[in-house]
Design a protein around this ligand. Sequence first.
Ligand SMILES: CC(=O)SCCNC(=O)CCNC(=O)[C@H](O)C(C)(C)COP(=O)(O)OP(=O)(O)OC[C@H]1O[C@@H](n2cnc3c(N)ncnc32)[C@H](O)[C@@H]1OP(=O)(O)O
Ligand SMILES: O=C([O-])CC(=O)C(=O)O
Length: 378
Amino acid sequence: MAETTDKKLSGAGLRGQSAGETALSTVGKSGSGLTYRGYDVKDLAENASFEEVAFLILYGELPTQLELDNYRAKLKGLRGLPQALKEVLERIPANAHPMDVLRTGCSMLGNLETEHSFADQFDVTNRMLAVFPSIICYWYRFSHDGVRIETETDDEQIGAHFLHLLHGKAPSALHARVMDVSLILYAEHEFNASTFTARVCASTLSDMHSCVTGAIGSLRGPLHGGANEAAMELIQDMRDEQHARDVLAGMLERKEKIMGFGHAIYRESDPRNAIIKEWSEKLAKEYGDDRLYRVSVACEAFMWEQKKLFCNADFFHASAYHFMGIPTKLFTPIFVCSRVSGWTAHVMEQRSNNRIIRPSADYVGVELRSVTPISERG
Ligand SMILES: CC(=O)SCCNC(=O)CCNC(=O)[C@H](O)C(C)(C)COP(=O)(O)OP(=O)(O)OC[C@H]1O[C@@H](n2cnc3c(N)ncnc32)[C@H](O)[C@@H]1OP(=O)(O)O
Ligand SMILES: O=C([O-])CC(=O)C(=O)O
């Protein structure tokens, strides 16, 4: 079980300090590990689908079969893109980063389908959950292949729907399942940087699209969600296990950060890693070339041996996504398609018991002084 230790607390990065309460998840808590509303993430990844998990996170309990059927039908009906949003997406160049596309897409949606009142919060949330795969794939396929795709598919599940839009055909059962598990693993993670961004924004009583747009910006960085793409860039040229060790040794020697390793809360392991690693191994077998899986395993062993650093949720996602034919730059946007469930639930939780988030700072600048007339400066 992944647990925290008594890490030295310091003000930097607010590490180790509680910044509020949540009933949504526990992260690295002794005896419970990673749970969403009390359910172990492993249990959910084995026995539930992403739509059930999103429902759980947003509404508090796992759905009954009828509730799940209705929820899936509702989400399916919300996949279409407004014409004005399509036009905006068509103007974004192919060399844009898809996270920037998603940030713009979310913001534009907020102009077209504004959350006028908090009474609309579930509606705007479900719309975002349903439409984010459409936004990213519409832009990707238009800018890269010159085609205007139909974003409404018959797929029951968001993960399969994403792959369908991306590849123009329904995915295999294995790929659909891995996407589903991946979305479950990424759905919620307490007060991580992007969620905290969303909550800070929510605490000013801002609208849901602003909260989520800000969160997308925070997730984009390589120290957070962007690490899955950075991990892919790291492993893609590793020829074999020995080469992987040599590359990492050089990076450690140069004191470079190895993306996909380490965590702000977990100390010994990230419970999501073992799950996605197992799926990556299955995908490698099906793919027929397991080099990326093997070098990833070698990286994991080497980093633990050298630095006691472990793979976080992002590392084996890199090879898993690659084996499913997903372009590297779409890795972090998939994280968004999942984490939007957690972000919006946190916004709702913040709103339900709000006080504006406004910490203090320790001033380290110059002492009080008076303005010198401009003619006397220099
Ligand atoms: C889904 C997610 O967002 S998971 C996180 C994804 N991000 C990454 O994979 C980026 C790489 N990892 C990191 O940069 C860090 O581990 C973070 C940002 C995740 C956590 O940062 P922190 O809480 O500051 O890390 P922590 O306090 O455990 O660091 C301890 C030491 O290990 C080093 N360290 C931590 N992670 C790494 C790493 N991946 N590569 C090299 N060194 C590392 C730190 O530099 C630090 O060294 P120092 O004491 O000499 O300064
Ligand atoms: O909790 C964190 O700091 C980062 C993380 O793993 C996540 O957001 O999934």
